[in-house]
Design a protein. Sequence first.
Length: 117
Amino acid sequence: VQLQASGGGLVQAGGFLRLSCAVSGRTFSTYVMGWFRQAPGKEREFVGSIAWSEGVTYYADSVKGRFTISRDNNKNTVYLQMNSLRPEDTAVYYCAARRPGASWNYWGQGTLVTVSS
């Protein structure tokens, strides 16, 4: 599975961005897709995930109600819609994939999101 993240940039607090993760490779339709982020000086943290086939989503408490994960089967792309952005959302965002019950073994390159106050 290959992952290609894009869509990062600079946005003011209260604004929005949509990140994309293009997916290719083997039978990823059975995988779970995730978004993680890593802020400067901090450990990488889970943002949310979506089971590709069922569309079931999970979110970290810090983004619940502001971020939404979706997928487009025709475009083989997973999205992270980020609304009401805060300066503390500033981080490098990564998309990842795993088989159900397995570890996050597949990672894309990060895309930087900077939220100015």
